[in-house]
Design a binder for this molecule. Structure first.
Ligand SMILES: C=CC1=C(C)c2cc3[nH]c(cc4nc(cc5[nH]c(cc1n2)c(C)c5CCC(=O)O)C(CCC(=O)O)=C4C)c(C)c3C=C
Ligand SMILES: [Fe+2]
Ligand SMILES: [Fe+2]
Length: 365
């Protein structure tokens, strides 16, 4: 596994104590049913994701879903697979490398940047153990979800906490709870839309499609819905878009329960039927392109829009490796590292004091 701290190491002469761990959702190792099955099993066994009593959920998961979904999902993964693997993994790995580089350019050269997946590999506990072995005694966890949801952000924190139950000497831990309204994130989204419009002209409507969650989680107090609304409003304001030129929707419904509405695909079909000629669709809740953006939006929803009478469908890619996004991520990380960043200086100070003491001790003899 590649490590991303810069060479040669550390001006202050010790291994970095500060680690940054980017965590994304996870993805199968190959676009095959055999690889999708264990990934889905781990994902859908997480009580943060499926909040149905285990006794009722196990037979459905093991008896039905894991026997039918892996094959269908594998076909979808195959349609978007990249040379380097699953798009989610390819982009997350690149973002970690770029972040380390951007931090370094900003003079922060003693931070150990790693990435992990909540489900599948590289697993959070494996990477945390590596960071421990590298000497990280303070670790910033960065779930790559702009909007907080219990099913995503909190699940990452569960996994970190669970891993640490097996450690004796605990590191100091911080985490990025959300960045749905971070000015750099909003500006990068807006610029990605403008870049698209510069090349392809503007559509009639900008649809901002966020991953859905069960409606029940909103009723129980999950701030996810509210944070998606905030992101969408800030983005529309940044683009100077009047209300009739944009719409927020929720995609990727799973299961039979009601999820957050309006649903993306039926909304696109209705827009087409009502005479909207061209839509531009953007997925602001996904910093990296993945199955849900490339296949569900870029292929399935496009097909549904055209079938319903729409003329032109544009999918606007996720932030991925955009310069302005990596710069925003660097800002977010730097803000959260806060006083940890003074450590090298403190170490250097301690070394200097130790040298003075040694010299003084020598003079006394
Ligand atoms: C962006 C944030 C995400 C939230 C919130 C979220 C909630 C959520 N998801 C499911 C079920 C599935 N999601 C799947 C894929 C998937 N989900 C996210 C992100 C969020 N999910 C991403 C980035 C991906 C793509 C993974 C990839 O490999 O590219 C899938 C698996 C794919 C499939 O078989 O369709 C499922 C299942 C639930 C139930 C849920 C909230 C309760
Ligand atoms: Fe999901
Ligand atoms: Fe999906």
């Amino acid at each position: 596994m590649a490590r991303y701290w810069p060479e040669p190491p550390y001006t202050h002469g010790t291994a970095p104590r500060t680690g940054v761990l980017l965590v994304n959702l996870g993805t199968p190792e190959a676009p095959t049913a055999a690889a999708v099955r264990p990934y889905l099993k781990q994902f859908l066994s997480d009580p943060r994701v499926v909040e149905i009593p285990r006794l009722a959920w196990w037979p459905i998961l093991n008896g039905i879903i894991l026997n039918t979904r892996p094959k269908k999902s594998a076909e979808k993964y195959a349609s978007i697979w990249m040379d380097g693997g699953s798009p989610l993994k390819v982009h997350t790995e690149k973002q970690a490398k770029l972040l380390a580089g951007y931090l370094g350019h900003g003079g922060i050269t003693n931070v150990h940047v790693e990435w992990a997946m909540r489900y599948g590999a590289p697993a959070v506990p494996d990477v945390l153990n590596r960071m421990k072995a590298a000497g990280c005694s303070q670790i910033l966890i960065v779930p790559l979800y702009p909007q907080y949801a219990a099913s995503t952000t909190a699940s990452v924190m569960d996994e970190v906490a669970h891993c640490l139950t097996r450690w004796r000497n605990l590191p100091e831990i911080r985490y990025v709870r959300n960045f749905h309204d971070h000015p750099g994130y909003i500006a990068a989204l807006a610029q990605s839309v403008r870049d698209h419009w510069m090349k392809h002209g503007e559509g009639d409507k900008l649809v901002m499609s966020f991953h859905g969650v069960p409606r029940r989680s909103l009723d129980l107090g999950d701030p996810y819905h509210c944070e998606c609304q905030t992101t969408a409003r800030l983005l529309a304001a940044e683009l100077d878009l009047p209300a009739e030129r944009w719409q927020l929707t929720f995609q990727s419904r799973f299961g039979k329960a009601e999820w957050l509405k309006p649903y993306t695909q039926p909304t696109l079909e209705a827009l087409a039927r009502q005479g909207t000629q061209r839509v531009d669709v953007l997925c602001p809740g996904f910093p990296s392109d993945c199955l849900e953006t490339l296949e569900e939006i870029g292929l399935e929803c496009k097909h549904a829009f055209i079938e319903s009478g729409g003329k032109t469908f544009h999918y606007i890619p996720c932030l991925n490796e955009r310069d302005d996004w990596i710069a925003a991520l660097t800002d977010i990380v730097r803000d959260h590292l806060g006083n940890w960043l003074t450590l090298p200086a403190r170490d250097a100070g301690e070394l200097a004091i130790a040298a003075l003491r040694a010299r003084a001790a020598g003079a006394e003899r």
